[in-house]
Write a protein that binds this ligand. Structure first.
Ligand code: RB5
Length: 148
């Protein structure tokens, strides 16, 4: 599995933590930035991550900002992206089982690094359940296809 990961300045420390996790667990990743302490705009990093997933260059994406909200809104503007903003282990697992989320968003100012690592691990390891959930996810894709 290949993961595209990106953050703004407020998510850079957590991004490094998640990169360490992926190195430890043998998950290939591409870091799309930022690599700075100065203020940047979260959409400049979340959208390229989402595009990598949407065009098949990455299997999954992880986006991080202060709250996780800005990056999740941005990623969800890209066609084919189902970005889940997750700050607990239950929804980390269920969003994979039920929503087939392909991008994970987290907020560095919301949770600590230990919980964030556990969330990312569960999210990366859990498979989509399919079945009735496939029908629901397909309806989202069908709606996207109807848009200009
Ligand atoms: C940056 O200060 C902050 O607004 C951003 O990281 C994020 O929390 C926005 O949703």
């Amino acid at each position: 599995m290949k993961v595209a990961i990106g953050s703004d300045h407020a998510g850079v420390n957590l991004k490094e933590e998640i990169k360490s996790l992926m190195e430890e667990t043998g998950v290939e990743y591409e870091d799309l930035g930022c690599n700075c302490d100065t203020s940047v705009d979260y959409s400049d990093y979340a959208i390229p991550v989402a595009e990598k997933v949407a065009n098949g260059e990455a299997d999954r994406g992880i986006v991080i900002c202060g709250t996780g909200i800005g990056v999740s809104i941005s990623a969800n503007k890209v066609k084919g992206i189902r970005c889940a903003l997750v700050h607990d282990l239950f929804t980390a697992k269920v969003t994979r089982l039920h929503n087939d989320s392909n991008v994970l968003a987290m907020g560095e100012r919301v949770i600590g690094p230990g919980l964030a690592r556990e969330i990312a691990k569960v999210w990366l390891e859990t498979s989509f359940e399919g079945g009735r959930h496939q029908r629901r996810v397909s309806k989202i894709s069908e709606y996207e296809d109807q848009q200009a």
